[in-house]
Design a protein around this ligand. Structure first.
Ligand SMILES: Cc1cc2nc3c(=O)[nH]c(=O)nc-3n(C[C@H](O)[C@H](O)[C@H](O)COP(=O)(O)OP(=O)(O)OC[C@H]3O[C@@H](n4cnc5c(N)ncnc54)[C@H](O)[C@@H]3O)c2cc1C
Length: 379
């Protein structure tokens, strides 16, 4: 095994407390949350109390101001335990940096402390029924009216959509200007005209409240704009590498866990008078997966290291997302196969993980879009 060198002993202590917390507070309830199509809202505040939300947020805004490796540990432990309903990654790794990096002092003071405590659950609403990969096609508008914006439009597939208290809405402030007319605006739940639609039925991630959101003449103060008007697309491009690294960290840890579940299973399960682990096919599959995951882990850890140094570039982050999620889906499919019929039963974690993983190749930019980004850096 290649030792991981990206973390030190402080990180490992933090990991132990995250793992214990999740084992006590989430694992026993996740199945029930899957039936409810959302996690318990209280989990957010409990995690906040423990310091597991938005660890990178600076002390002056209520956080502890540590580096992204602490976020990575939370992502890894959630993935290792297959807790796919928990949307902390989106909140801490994706939404918080937009507010920290582009929000005014007023917005940072108003929202970041509540995001750290879990009082404010957040979401980011880019995708619309008619625009996913092609975000230039966003049709939601934000029109200036005095000191306010008036927002109209609809969004879909929004992670944390039901629980969200605060949403970053991607809207056109100048529809004629295409990408250059795109802006990011904060909208609080409860604003008149903002409604939450269906909590969508999915093939996996069943405890995740992925939702539709509707905006009908929603009035928000102009000071809710993140950064400058028309710069939204550029901000998205700047922040998406961290989102893609989060997905890659999740994919790698989840696939490693699945390999371990499978090792345990094939050593126990008997066929033709011997353990399934004794068949050459099983051993070769296990060897292939272990090799693929060693290579993946080494690459993703290096990406994490580069990111902490501020050096992870856009194409490399796209490679991390593309590679790790393809490997995750491949490994989980092989692991399911080695479980035989039990692998298809939801009472086995491999079945749920297999269904949960499928979306990893779709969100945070589809893997085809990752290939576009990588190829653009080549030719
Ligand atoms: C569970 C879940 C959670 C999500 N969470 C969020 C969230 O929190 N916030 C948010 O804003 N969105 C979220 N999304 C939306 C997600 O980011 C989009 O689904 C994704 O970007 C793809 O967009 P689309 O669904 O419109 O597919 P489309 O863009 O319609 O793509 C359809 C197919 O065409 C391919 N394609 C498109 N363009 C190209 C191209 N140029 N070259 C080659 N192939 C191409 C795609 O790769 C895909 O295979 C989530 C989605 C899911 C399923």
């Amino acid at each position: 095994m290649i030792p991981r060198t990206v973390y030190d002993s402080d990180h490992e202590m933090f990991r132990d407390s995250v793992r214990r917390f999740l084992e006590n507070e989430a694992v026993p309830h996740h199945e029930e949350w899957e039936k409810n199509k959302q996690i318990d809202r209280q989990l957010w505040n409990k995690a906040g109390e423990m310091g597991f939300l938005c660890p990178t947020v600076k002390e002056e805004y209520g956080g502890v101001g540590v580096d992204f490796r602490y976020n990575a540990i939370v992502d890894e432990e959630i993935a290792r335990l297959g807790l796919s309903g928990i949307g902390f990654g989106l909140h801490s790794d994706i939404v918080a940096p937009y507010i920290e990096n582009y929000g005014s002092e007023t917005l940072k003071k108003k929202y970041l402390p509540g995001m750290v405590t879990g009082d404010f659950v957040t979401a980011i609403a880019m995708t619309e029924p008619g625009a996913g990969s092609d975000l230039q096609g966003v049709r939601t508008t934000a029109v200036v009216d005095g000191d306010d914006y008036i927002i109209n439009g609809s969004k879909t597939f929004i992670t944390n959509g039901q629980h969200a208290d605060l949403v970053i809405v991607v809207a056109k402030t100048d529809p004629a200007a295409g990408a250059k007319g795109t802006s990011l605006i904060l909208v609080e739940a409860g604003s008149p005209g903002f409604s939450k639609g269906r909590n969508l039925d999915k093939i996996g991630m069943k405890a995740q409240d992925t939702s539709e959101l509707f905006f009908e003449d929603v009035r928000v103060p102009r000071e809710n704009l993140l950064g400058q008007e028309g710069m939204g697309f550029i901000y998205l491009m700047q922040e998406l590498p961290q989102e893609r690294l989060s997905v890659a960290l999740n994919a790698t840890s989840n696939a490693e866990a699945a390999l371990q579940w499978t090792l345990d299973y094939v050593k126990e399960r008997q066929a033709f008078g011997r353990a399934v682990s004794k068949f050459q096919n099983t051993r070769f599959k296990l060897a292939e997966m272990s090799t693929e995951l060693s290579v993946t882990r080494t690459f993703i850890d290096r990406c994490l290291e580069l990111h902490v140094q501020g050096k992870l570039d856009v194409p490399t982050a796209a490679k991390a997302k593309l590679w790790s999620t393809d490997i995750q889906c491949k490994v989980l499919d092989e692991c399911l196969q080695l479980h035989g019929g039990y692998g298809y039963m939801l009472e086995y974690p491999i079945a749920r993980a297999w269904a949960d993983a499928r979306v990893q190749r779709i969100y945070a930019g589809t893997n085809e879009i990752m290939k576009e980004i990588i190829s653009r850096s080549l030719v």
